[in-house]
Ligand binder design. Structure first.
Ligand code: TYM
Length: 342
């Protein structure tokens, strides 16, 4: 079986974009891949985090994975900081990646803002740690939303350069032509970029100051209904074709959300609602959203009452992840030429 790796940051509330673009995909991939899903707590501290909130959010993201249907017995669920090989391989990745590559990362530019001199060195090196996350399991595929595509491409560049720079040593140690597989980004479905409910040109994000811009996985049914009713739309009824829809960002976003939640094609949703007013479409959207999300938030709440169980899932996952990561790291140390304690 091929191996999948992906990660989610334990910062702020998980929202519908994270769920549709990533976590629901994690669940779907379990059937055909060996999956490793990671709560990337070391990535979280690239910007300041309040320690107690970080602890709570690590458990919350874990609960969201489980409540959505990730199976921690058949697959691996853990938090990044507990497998120190991520940090070790990240150093090697830092030494393979070029400064020019990092300077092209658009997420760093967005997150660092104007005061770039004052951003943490960790925020700058963030994509290199992400490459290490993926490569330490020699993963074949990485399910992510559209916004992470550039980081997965950078991971491929780092893997490729390592394979080239150390080609002789890789062969000499019996690993053949290439040590790291080049991971494929899996950016699939109708919701690879869920937009803000307040502005169809902005991505739905954890950091938007308006809570009405997003649906949180923890929102109750009334809150979900209210946010959808207040979502920005244009005054026209829903169009007939995908082309007409594409020119209307807010409408496009809501139809995409409906389609993914209902596990239908956007064209099929349009066929049902072409000519309808948004008031009736939104009522139907509330129904599918609540039907899909209410059981998840109820299960998250149930799990929140038992942090001991969550912690035991993470501990078991870390132990299993470490087994794989250590093997890769030993090989990498040999390839690089470090002397190892044996
Ligand atoms: P993060 O924590 O910001 O987001 C987690 C996942 O949710 C996706 N996502 C979205 N998808 C659709 N629409 C949106 N509006 C939306 N917002 C977020 C993200 O694309 C992501 O898949 N760097 C990563 C975490 C990470 C990682 C990794 C991912 C660290 N190491 C290794 C994959 C492999 C991040 O910040 O995601």
């Amino acid at each position: 079986k091929k191996r999948v790796f992906s990660g989610v940051q334990p910062t702020g509330n998980l929202h519908l974009g994270n769920y549709l673009g990533a976590v629901s995909r994690f669940v779907a991939l379990q059937e055909h891949y060996d999956c490793i899903y990671c709560v990337v707590d070391m990535h979280a501290i690239t910007v300041p985090q309040e320690p107690e909130a970080l602890t709570r959010q690590i458990r919350e993201v874990t609960a969201a994975f489980l409540a959505s249907g990730v199976d921690p017995q058949k697959h691996i669920v853990f938090n990044q900081s507990q497998v120190s090989e991520h940090a070790e391989l990240a150093w090697i990745c830092n030494c393979v990646a070029r400064i020019g590559w990092m300077n092209r990362m658009t997420q760093f530019k967005d997150k660092a803002g104007k005061d770039r001199e004052n951003a943490s060195l960790g925020l700058y090196a963030y994509p290199s740690l992400m490459a290490a996350d993926i490569l330490v399991y020699r993963a074949d595929a990485v399910p992510v939303g559209e916004d992470q595509k550039q980081h997965v491409e950078l991971t491929r560049d780092i893997a490729q350069k390592f394979n080239n720079d150390y080609a002789g040593s890789i062969a000499a140690h019996g690993f053949g032509e290439a040590f790291f597989p080049l991971p494929e980004p899996l950016i699939q479905g109708s919701s690879t970029r869920v937009m803000s409910l307040r502005d169809g040109t902005k991505k739905m994000s954890k950091s938007d100051p308006s809570d009405y811009s997003r649906i949180n996985l923890k929102d109750d049914a009334d809150t979900i209904a209210q946010k959808i009713r207040k979502a920005k739309t244009d005054p026209e009824p829903l169009p007939e074709t995908a082309e007409e829809l594409a020119a209307r960002p807010e409408a496009d976003n809501l139809v995409g959300i409906f389609a993914t939640l209902a596990e239908r094609m956007p064209e099929d949703v349009l066929r049902e609602f072409a000519g309808s007013q948004f008031s009736s479409f939104k009522a139907a959207l509330v129904d599918v959203a609540v039907a899909k999300l209410a059981p998840i938030s109820a299960e998250m709440q149930r799990l929140a009452a038992d942090p001991g169980y969550i912690d035991s899932v993470l501990a078991d996952g870390s132990r299993r992840a470490r087994g794989i990561a250590r093997e890769t790291m030993n090989a990498v140390k040999d390839i690089v030429g470090f002397v190892r304690d044996r």
